[in-house]
Structure formats: C-alpha cells, structure tokens
Design a protein around this ligand. Sequence first.
Ligand code: NAP
Length: 286
Amino acid sequence: MISGKTRLAGIFASPVTHSLSPLMHNTAFQARSIDAVYLAFTVDQTNLMQAVESIRTFNMLGVNLSMPNKTAVIPYLDELSQEAQLIGAVNTIVQRANRLIGYNTDGMGFMRSVNEAGVAIKNKKITVLGAGGAAKAIVIQAALDQAKEIVIYKRKNATFTSVVADFEKVAEQTNCPIIVKDYADTEQLKKDLEDTDLLINGTDMGMGAKKELMPIDPQFLHKKLAVFDLIYSPKETRFLKEAKAIGCLTRNGLGMLMYQGAIAFELWTGETMPIEEIQPLLDSKE
Ligand code: NAP
C-alpha cells in the first residue's frame, strides 16, 4: 500500500518502457516490507539536470540510470565511487543526507554472476570481445578484483586509439595489465584464447538485427573456457549454444542484470535483494 511515508526510487532513461528494473525492485520492496516504489521515467539530455535535482526535491532513495544518461549525469553529482570514477559512467545514484553519490554497479553485478557460477577472477586471464560501455565496466571491475591479465578485442576504427589510451590509464591505476588488440587479428585471438580462463562477449552480436551473428568463430573455443555473453534476450545466443556444445561453462547476461540491480537495492535500503524471488521472474521474461 502507498502511504504518506512511501519513498520513491526509479530509473532515468530513454527509451525506458522496456526496462525490467521496476519489476525487480518493486518485487524486492514488497518481499522485504519496505515502504517504497520504483517507477520508470523518460529522461534524456533535455531534462536530465531537473530530473537529478528532483532526487533531492522529493527525497528519493535514489535512481538507476541507463542510456543516454550514464556519463552525462556526472556533472550533477556531489561525489563518485572509485569504480564510477574509473569507468566514467554512473548507473546508480544514492541520496544520503541531501548528497547525491554516483556508483556503477554493472561491473560488480557481473562479478557476482561470475562468482555464482563458481568462476574465480583473481589471477585469471580474461578475454573481452568489444569495448563499449558494458565491457568497460566489467574490465575495470576485473582489474580492481586483481585479474592476472585482461585482453580486449576491438575493431580498429575511429575510436581505437582513444580506447587504447583509456585502458592504459586504467592499467596504471589498477596495476593490472590490460591490452587492447585488433578484432580482425583472428590468429592472435586464437592464441590468446588458448590460455584464457574467462571469455566475455561484450558486443551486441547475437541479439536484435544481429541475432544470427557470432562474435567469434566457435572453432576457437575449448572446453576449459568459461563463456559469458552479456546478452540476455535471446536467453541463449547462437554463440552460447555453440560454446555449451563444446563443453564450456556458459552464462547469459541475466545474472549481470539481476546483480547490478541487487547491489543498487543494497545501497538504497541496506537490505539484500531476495534473489530467489527475482530470478524466476526474470527467467520467465522473453
Ligand atoms: P556499446 O557501448 O554500443 O558497445 C558495443 C561494442 O560492440 C562496441 O565495442 C562495438 O565495437 C562492438 N561491436 C558491435 N558490432 C561489432 C562487430 N560487428 N564487430 C566487432 N565489434 C562489434 O554497447 P553496450 O552498452 O556496451 O552493450 C553491449 C552488449 O551488452 C549488448 O548486447 C547489451 O545488450 C549488453 N548489455 C547487457 C547488460 C546486462 O545487464 N546483462 C548491461 C549492459 C549491456 P566498436 O567499439 O568497434 O564500435
């Protein structure tokens, strides 16, 4: 029941109507008997500043942010967590005593899904396909979590040089070797995969219009690899199917989605998200 004391949380994004976050957080508020609701708000660069100010005005618990607001929001915040600073993007704002603190729970959420699968990060070699927003959050968290080495494959296009420079800085700040290589160099990729422990598809090859595409030739895979695809719709991409058939441990992106939300929920409420209730709900969604 909504009361005079009900607190508000939400997501600021555009488009936003497809988001699974309201389902996740409202279920969790109810399960934990927390007097709060979570709503989806269409917010983009035209109204972001006013929307962020409303977190203070309405004494909101905080919000999640998605496209196109994750980086644009930074100038409006009072403080950034370490990972949000390194990633240069925020997906969760927490309001504490009228101060707005930006966090990025995407990378931490991914790591929880990796732990849950029984895969370790510390001292492991990780190969990441793609270097977009999601991949960057994961690479930085893996570096903070003391991965042995991270290799990123990215197309040699207009953004290549700046991405190399960005990750050189992260490598220096985290003391973790991070190397960006040309996606077209399939011989080198094959070699890197030989001693890789965890392979992550951070591209959108496998979903939407690219549903039939695979990020790499599955012949490069071997069964000692743990293969994670950040895509969660479809639940099992062609790539994951092939990896599973080879004998690899495989996971889709639902774990990352769920745990980034779980960490935001913990930051807002101090309570854990009831994963056992949320997971079947997400699994039932197409
Ligand atoms: P993004 O910022 O647009 O990055 C996409 C990356 O894919 C870029 O590095 C891009 O390469 C690369 N790419 C696209 N087509 C390619 C191709 N044909 N060959 C080689 N590389 C290609 O997107 P994002 O936000 O990081 O999202 C990436 C994926 O993660 C999407 O599938 C998204 O749905 C998923 N995701 C999942 C979660 C979750 O919670 N599970 C959260 C966020 C995102 P260039 O850099 O060369 O352009």
